[in-house]
Ligand binder design. Sequence first.
Ligand code: SF4
Length: 106
Amino acid sequence: MTTRREFLKRSSALAVLPLIPAMNLEALAAGKVPMDDPAAKALRYVEDATTAKRADKMGVAAADQLCSNCRFYITAKAEGDFAPCLLFQNRLVAGPGWCAGWVPMA
Ligand code: SF4
């Protein structure tokens, strides 16, 4: 049998859930791409594109290539400087970041 105190505790915890948007839960579950991740290393992912050795690609100057203007960056789900990246299984990457998989927006 649930005591009144237990009921109130559970109710107050559940009351907080609607305050967390669903997309935040998804992003939090995915987490940021760690810099030591094998895929991140293979694609030379960095959180600050200015530190990456880039080359012009598909008519876009190297300096203009950022995660935030990459086709795989899900801008609609951005939280601050981070958003899910399709190439990294929806894990979070930095908007000012870059990786070798960069492709311009369609
Ligand atoms: S695929 Fe695009 S958005 Fe994803 S890490 Fe590479 S440059 Fe950034």
